[in-house]
Design a protein around this ligand. Structure first.
Ligand SMILES: [Cu+2]
Length: 117
């Protein structure tokens, strides 16, 4: 399938980028608001975030493809539904613990929100 090969092509560089370029400060890809995450190149960026309870995170879809932000194993359930390009989804994390999530359209896209007191 043409789609799958495109996804593989996009995922590997995105993973490398997530490991190397998302330092806490600086860099062209670092969001100006630390509580804003990007959905870009079929990846959640940054892939893993650690926040304090009571923090609201916002995801913005910067891809032309639709994506979702959907909890899998999580202390709080959330599901953005389909996000078109430019759409945002916000969620307030009020319980400590680890929240794993994925894109329900592209299950290889995963992310993690670690909430601490
Ligand atoms: Cu997706």
């Amino acid at each position: 399938m043409k789609y799958k090969s495109v996804l593989m092509f996009l995922t590997v560089p995105a993973l490398l980028a997530a490991c190397t370029t998302f330092a806490p400060t600086g860099g062209n890809n670092t969001p100006t608001d630390p509580n804003t995450l990007s959905i870009q190149g079929f990846a959640f960026l940054p892939n893993t975030v650690t926040i304090l309870t009571g923090t609201t995170l916002t995801w913005e879809n910067k891809d032309s493809a639709n994506h979702t932000v959907t909890s899998t194993t999580a202390v709080q359930s959330f599901d953005s539904g389909a996000l078109a390009q430019g759409a945002k989804f916000s969620f307030k994390f009020t319980a400590a613990g680890t929240n794993n999530y994925f894109c329900s359209f592209h299950p290889a896209m995963t992310g993690k929100v670690i909430v601490t007191n």
